[in-house]
Write a protein that binds this ligand. Structure first.
Ligand SMILES: NC(=O)c1ccc[n+]([C@@H]2O[C@H](COP(=O)([O-])OP(=O)(O)OC[C@H]3O[C@@H](n4cnc5c(N)ncnc54)[C@H](OP(=O)(O)O)[C@@H]3O)[C@@H](O)[C@H]2O)c1
Length: 274
């Protein structure tokens, strides 16, 4: 089973907001044909309407037996929205849900127990092909369908297979929500630079390029992030002065990030019950 199957039988997106659009943009940029895509969204964005003008099927009838249905509505909307696709359950169509918290069991209840379902957690850098998506399948997902899900999701970045669904709440808290933490880091670095006297445009450029470069170096280097941090830190220098604040075990990054990611994980668990 390859991506040719998607080109041939089509892909349906249920919900095409921020994350659905980020993924769709990544696939279209990677060469997926517009007319292989059916998007269902009650209030389509201008971007989605532009894609429809290029051949995407917007709020059309469903294809008879699409290769994939991507479920990208909010978790709270899933029970209202999913019956629209229920006729495709218990068949060959692979369902991929990216909804935070919504469990495979809930999706099986709505679509049928024999439905092949992959639960996946992507992140928004997917829009430029630099996302990372963790995925796990139910018993109906054979190796061919898992490979199809990985091939599709690797079109928008990296993929990682989980050992079990129980890991998904922690993944959501770390990499699903994670880009927001990094964007907030950029915002606060920029604001701190301005407070120290830099013009706003220069502070923004320095903050974005520093995070971009450090992320790329961490991804490319053989050394762990701790060694890369040490390489920046001259004895009794400027970095050591800053890290004295940031690495404080009471008030620095370690307790702050631990609390933030625990809060996100808890919220993901709660969403499974809503
Ligand atoms: N954003 C992220 O970074 C991210 C990352 C990983 C996973 N996720 C997951 O992705 C899902 C979507 O999140 P999002 O941030 O993209 O939210 P979003 O921007 O609100 O997108 C959801 C889309 O679904 C539409 N919708 C609402 N009811 C619908 C229905 N009955 N049928 C079809 N479409 C319907 C919404 O339209 P209206 O706006 O008009 O209501 C909206 O365009 C969530 O389950 C979230 O947990 C998000």
């Amino acid at each position: 089973m390859t991506l040719d199957l998607i080109a041939d039988k089509g892909i349906v997106l249920l919900g095409c907001g921020k994350m659905g659009s980020a993924m769709l943009k990544g696939w279209l940029d990677a060469g997926l044909s517009h007319d292989a895509v059916t998007a269902i969204d009650p209030y389509p964005s201008d971007w989605l309407k532009d894609m429809a003008a290029k051949g995407l099927h917007l709020n059309w009838d469903l294809p008879r037996e699409p290769a994939v249905c991507l479920l990208a509505v909010k978790p709270q909307m899933m029970r209202d929205a999913l019956p629209r696709l229920a006729a495709l359950g218990n068949g060959p169509t692979l369902f991929i849900s990216i909804a935070a918290g919504t469990t495979i069991l809930t999706l099986e209840d709505l679509l049928g127990r024999r439905t092949p379902i992959v639960r996946a957690m992507p992140n928004t850098p997917a829009a430029i092909g630099r996302g990372i998506t963790a995925l796990v399948g139910n018993a109906g997902v054979d190796e061919d369908r898992m490979a199809l899900a990985e091939a599709l999701l690797s079109g928008i970045g990296r993929t990682v297979r989980l050992d079990g669904e129980a890991q998904m709440d922690a993944v959501t808290a770390l990499s699903g929500s994670g880009p927001a933490y990094v964007f907030h880091l950029i915002e606060t670095m920029e604001a701190a630079g301005i407070a120290e006297g830099l013009p706003p445009a220069i502070a923004r450029e320095l903050a974005v390029a520093t995070v971009e470069g450090a992320g790329a170096l961490a991804a490319a280097a053989d050394e762990p992030p701790a060694k890369l941090r040490e390489n920046v830190t001259s004895p009794n220098g400027t970095t050591a002065a800053a890290l004295g604040v940031l690495m404080d075990e009471e008030r620095g990054f370690p307790p702050l990030l631990r609390a933030a990611i625990a809060a996100a994980r808890k919220r993901s668990e709660e969403l499974s019950l809503e």
